[in-house]
Write a protein that binds this ligand. Sequence first.
Ligand SMILES: Cc1ncc(COP(=O)(O)O)c(C=O)c1O
Length: 376
Amino acid sequence: MTDNSSPIPLSKPYFPKELRRTIAADIDAILASGRLMNGPWAKRFEDAFAALTKREHAVSVNTCTTALQIALSYAGVSNKEVLVPAGSFVTDVSAVKFAGGRPVLVDMNPQTLALDLDSLESKLTSDTRAIIWVHLVGMIASDYRAILEFADRHDLFLIEDAAHAHGAEIDGLPAGSFGNASAFSFYPTKILTSGTGGMLTTDDPELARFAREMRVFGKDEGTGEIVHYGNDWFLDEIRACVGAHHMSVLGEQVTHRRALAEAYAAGLANQPGLRLLPIPTGCAPSWYQYPIFLMDDIDRAALITALKDKHGIEAKGIYKPTHEEQIFKELDDGTLKVTEDVLHRSLCLPMHANLSPAEIDGICRALVSELRRQVG
Ligand SMILES: Cc1ncc(COP(=O)(O)O)c(C=O)c1O
């Protein structure tokens, strides 16, 4: 793997030829029908998603960030505090701001990559109204019961951000089934994509109705009057068609990703310079990303460059800690040290269903050779 003319990408949407043909034919029929919104494809996608997440309701929207914002508005976070992981994608924080709330960053549990319970307790105030809980890289935290119990005990509205976790499970319970509301992303890098898009799942019929009204300008479903400050946030029929069809290969993709994760774990076990993520019994990640964690003596930037330039392999950190982003620096209260340590050490390797275990072996060999070079 020394040819870097077409590097192995970190992610690539999985659309086998037969599926592409079916989608193209159905999009042609949608365009011919003239019905581009609130049609059978959105319904089909939503029904499939409610079944996947074992929820009463699924409401399709234009992005995951919108689903988060709608859930936060419904929870009444305006002028209230919302506990958000410092180690996640920036729009978990932006969505709180859009809904008029005050984001408070919570530190990370390095074993689960999710909310640290001590940090959660320490950030709780009488103004706290909600929590956003993220399944980073597609792994549901093994201490999920304690997170659910914390939200329950303090009467907090719990929103699950399952943007990385299509098809992930813990103890047989699917991502998207926890808390008051869950949000999924169908952004192009995601395991399941509709081009782009989002889904809100919930068992609360009032929230489902609020979401359906918010996505069409805030229009009351019964009277047609504008009753909320809504927006043009629905998922059109073309993207809903792509997403509904993509669900047919979700199981296949997740199974394949799990096999690739096993190949990585086998190829990287006991190698110098890195630590692997422990996967507790009962936890079945979706493996949106495959992260490893580098030891102190490894220069991550140099490693990323060497992998790309010498081996044609893309790699990157999970995310920058949110409080290190220019616009969110004021959210740094000096307590987010584990998040900083874990994310600065993190390195995501290529993970998508177009890869084969043999390619993973090649990536492992290239990585190990570069790590050995650095540790001497
Ligand atoms: C954890 C997480 N939450 C939310 C989002 C936002 O998703 P969308 O682009 O669909 O709004 C992303 C997107 O990458 C994400 O990774």
